[in-house]
Design a protein around this ligand. Structure first.
Ligand code: ATP
Ligand code: MG
Ligand code: FE
Length: 352
């Protein structure tokens, strides 16, 4: 089965064609980063307008790169939650238009399920190890979300939140700290690069809630401490000092993320750990998770960089999983800012 996936939840317009076994035939991402960079964050209305401008050429490009026409497509998958509602609506309405005109089944996909399943994508020219079997425990770290999930299968109902951040997402912390240091937007990749050359013991930091007894996170405290440091001492002029500051911040954040992921696997008796989301592109996090997993005898699955940050291939794959089960949505499919993933409570499933 070949699925056309469409993604427009935030500041990337994406379209991809993916086979239900995860083979990526094409994956086009048009980033709006330059559009929002001068504001230091995503401006919702500008994002919606840019999606509306770009969605048609992006979808055409995805078909062209796969060398296929719409007649070869078996279904349409579109991100319909969570995200900026105005941005999501552009993708949802465009997907409905194609599905209606072509008589194709349409499925809405939770963007977070896309991130959780990104590790199943097989891209041409990349020699990836085989994907994980279910169940696994996954750390989803992105610009808007940071949480650990127990994943029993590829549908939203099979992904259960074990713990999440109480305040900022990890990506948000990277972006805010970069802004504070005058480094530009988005901050994650810039801090990653500077941290690689810095001494992480220069300004030792500890992320709050570092105790592995809880699977919850908090990143607003470390961000405030960085802000205080900058207001007291100014942005370091010395290169080594700036690199050290970035390295110390990154060490604290990646340590707590990696430790709790491994802890979650042990608490739930699961032998596989998976990474997903934009912050999973972070070099130190990838290494920390790999080495901790190895030390604890866990299998570790880390997607290639292109699958970590926002893309439509992961949406197409998650949609294919629904379509293969015979599921589809109606023309009343709408966009919602909230995720559909539920928190696993002691009493059972179902709290949010
Ligand atoms: P969500 O998925 O929660 O709706 P989003 O789609 O905006 O949010 P993603 O595109 O998955 O988020 O991830 C973007 C985030 O990832 C940004 O905060 C960015 O700074 C961060 N990021 C990207 N690369 C890196 C990196 N190498 N190191 C750390 N953070 C990174
Ligand atoms: Mg983005
Ligand atoms: Fe995302």
């Amino acid at each position: 089965m070949l699925v056309l996936g469409i993604e427009s939840s935030c500041d990337e317009t994406g379209a991809a064609i993916v086979q239900d076994d995860g083979t990526v035939l094409s994956d086009v991402v048009q980033s709006q980063v330059d559009l929002h960079a001068r504001y230091g964050g995503v401006v919702p209305e500008l994002a919606s307008r840019d999606h509306a401008r770009n969605i048609d050429p992006v979808v055409r490009e995805a078909l062209a790169r796969a060398n296929l026409g719409l007649d070869a497509i078996d279904g349409i998958a579109v991100t319909n939650r969570p995200g900026l509602v105005g941005a999501l609506l552009v993708g949802v309405q465009f997907a409905k238009g194609i599905a209606w005109a072509r008589g194709l089944p349409l499925v809405g996909v939770d963007h977070l399920v896309g991130h959780l399943l990104a590790v199943f994508l097989r891209r041409r020219g990349e020699t990836e190890p085989p994907p994980p079997e279910f169940p696994f425990v996954a750390l989803l770290v992105s610009g808007g979300h940071t949480a650990i999930y127990h994943v029993e299968g590829p549908t939203a109902a099979q992904c259960h939140e074990l713990g999440a951040t109480r305040d900022d997402a990890a990506g948000e912390a990277f972006d805010k700290v970069a802004k504070l240091l005058g480094l530009g937007y988005p901050g994650g990749p810039i801090i990653d690069r500077l941290a690689a050359r810095g001494d992480p013991t220069k300004f030792p930091q500890k992320a709050p809630m570092a105790s592995v007894r809880s699977l919850e996170f908090s990143f607003s405290g470390i961000k405030s401490r960085m802000a205080r440091h900058v207001s007291e001492h100014g942005v370091p002029r010395d290169e080594a000092e700036l690199e050290g500051l970035c390295a110390s911040f990154q060490r604290a954040v990646t340590d707590v993320l990696a430790n709790k992921l491994v802890q979650a696997a042990q608490m739930t008796n699961v032998s596989r750990v998976v990474l997903g989301g934009g912050v999973a592109a972070n070099r130190e996090l990838r290494e920390r998770v790999r080495s901790l997993a190895r030390a604890r005898g866990l299998e570790c699955f880390v997607p290639p960089l292109a699958s970590c940050t926002d893309n439509a291939a992961m949406i197409a794959y998650a949609g294919a999983a629904r379509l293969c089960r015979g599921e589809k949505d109606g023309w009343d499919l709408t966009a919602t800012s909230q995720t559909s993933l539920l928190r696993l409570t002691r009493k059972g499933r179902g709290a949010r």
